[in-house]
Design a binder for this molecule. Structure first.
Ligand code: GAP
Length: 456
């Protein structure tokens, strides 16, 4: 087995990633004109395309490729009893300390031990408060009055929307155990956020799948889902030596989990959690039975109407965190010439074509002599099958570089020869190789290339 990497040695830094993300319209600071809103980010034209494609790819892997997994889109606002039952009101806390002088708030487990021991602020040396438990759920009020009767939470995980609907889905879709329910949606946590761009935010998106199994088969299914989620990243072309497993120790396990493994990714700032796979046992459904008074047992009609509360295996990935991971993973700087100027280097995002924000960019060699019109015409044809872009501004080399920076895997140029023999040039982002393809075969050629894509 290859030795595990200890630190990130690639060309990316979080500063470069943040700057490219803004420059190329992936991610902007929220409310930037007012000085920004901590913990929240906006996804620009490239960012939303990338996010939608990651979501679609995960959705396909979960639902289309698994007959026994169906989807759900539950509300963010749920009955407040949900969060008492789930244990979040009681247990979903971080240990926090405040500096009495500079008023900075820290997570107690994130500051040096000596500061905690002698109660001094790591920023200004002022006195720290005692450690307090701080609940991470955002609270608000529903209805016209701001009293306790209207207290409501923004969901801190999407999972609970699945649990409270599990009986509805069994009944409406005749699901039989084992089966899964997948959901993508926003979640909110009142986190202390200071650095690392969109890695940890207060508003984020999750892609969660809850798999309902017979008690006693949970360990087997837990291992099976670990395998499937690992294979998912492999298929997506992620650098596999940048992924590893981390098993939660007893003091890391969430209140609902019997066993949990994180898939960690080696980001420029080090190894960090990307996704969690959890054996949540029958904890959540048992608690919802207790708090709602509803019978949430499964009736096994194939086995003498046996009744039991299913165990749940959860796979939980951050969508926005996956987006950051894929940008870091795709980021490359490559020397492509030796003229001694800035153009010798290109920055390229080597996204898998299934997630790249733009699949094909159409670039006419010249605007004149009908080449722009021809290029537009071909682009209109490609639009039906692919996300396309069109760029006729500036030298062709510069235009290729712009597309490389947003990770467009294929560029198509039309030139004078195109007018004569109906061929176009197809340029590959990764190798920069160019081949001529008859216009009539272009769509099929690109389709085949996407299917056969392997990251070098
Ligand atoms: N339902 C289980 C659950 O929520 P979690 O480990 O707290 O488990 C799952 O979160 C995933 O959600 C994480 O692996 C991460 O990718 C993402 N995530 C959690 N908190 C986040 C935050 N504050 N900002 C961005 N992503 C976050």
């Amino acid at each position: 087995m290859a030795e595990e990497l200890t630190e990130y040695t690639g060309p990316a830094t979080m500063e470069k990633i943040t700057s490219l993300a803004k420059r190329r319209g992936f991610v902007f600071q929220s409310s930037e004109i007012y000085g920004g809103q901590n913990g929240a980010w906006d996804y620009g034209p490239m960012g939303i395309e990338l996010k939608n494609r990651i979501a679609a790819n995960w959705w396909k892997a979960m639902t289309q490729l698994h007959d026994e997994i169906v989807g759900l889109d539950a509300a963010i606002l749920m009955h407040p009893r949900t969060w008492e039952a789930s244990g979040h009101v009681e247990n979903f806390t971080d240990p926090l300390v405040d500096c009495k002088k500079c008023k900075t708030r820290f997570r107690a487990d994130m500051i040096p031990e000596e500061n905690l021991a002698n109660k001094t602020c790591p920023e200004c040396g002022g006195e720290l408060t005692d450690t307090r438990k701080f609940n991470l759920m955002f609270r608000t009020h529903i209805g016209p009055t701001e009293d306790n009767a209207g207290l409501i939470y923004l969901r801190p995980e999407t999972a609970q929307g699945i649990y409270v609907n599990y009986k509805n889905i069994i009944q409406s879709n005749r699901m039989k155990i084992p089966f899964g329910i997948a959901q993508i949606g926003k979640a909110f946590r009142n986190e202390i956020v200071t650095k690392n761009f969109i890695f940890r935010t207060c508003e984020f998106e999750q892609m969660e799948m809850q798999y309902f199994v017979k008690p006693g088969t949970d360990v087997e299914w837990f291992n099976e889902w670990k395998k499937r989620r690992w294979a998912y990243y492999e298929k997506l072309g992620v650098k596999m030596d940048h992924l590893r497993w981390h098993q939660h120790g007893p003091d890391e396990l969430a209140h609902y989990a019997k066993d949990a493994y994180d898939i960690q990714y080696l980001f420029p700032m080090g190894w960090r959690e990307l996704e969690g796979i959890h054996n949540r046992t029958n904890y959540d459904l048992t608690r919802h039975t207790e708090y709602s008074g509803k019978d949430l047992q499964y009736i096994d009609q194939d086995n003498n109407n046996d009744r039991y509360i299913p165990f749940i295996i959860e796979t939980s990935a951050g969508l926005t965190r996956t987006l950051l991971m894929l940008i870091c993973d795709a980021y490359d700087e490559e020397k492509v010439a030796d003229k001694g100027d800035a153009d010798d280097w290109r920055t390229v995002l080597r996204f898998h074509p299934v997630v790249a924000p733009v699949t094909v960019a159409m670039l006419p060699l010249m605007k004149k002599d009908g080449l722009a019109e021809l290029a537009q015409d071909i682009r209109n044809e490609l639009k039906e099958d692919f996300a396309t872009d069109y760029d006729q501004a500036g030298a062709i080399g510069r235009r290729y570089r712009r597309q490389d920076e947003t990770g467009t895997p294929f560029c198509v140029t039309v030139d004078y020869q195109s007018k004569e023999d109906g061929t176009v040039t197809l340029r590959y982002r990764d190798s920069m190789e160019q081949i001529r393809v008859p216009r009539a075969e272009l769509t099929e050629k690109i389709r085949q290339e996407i299917k056969a894509y392997k990251r070098k």
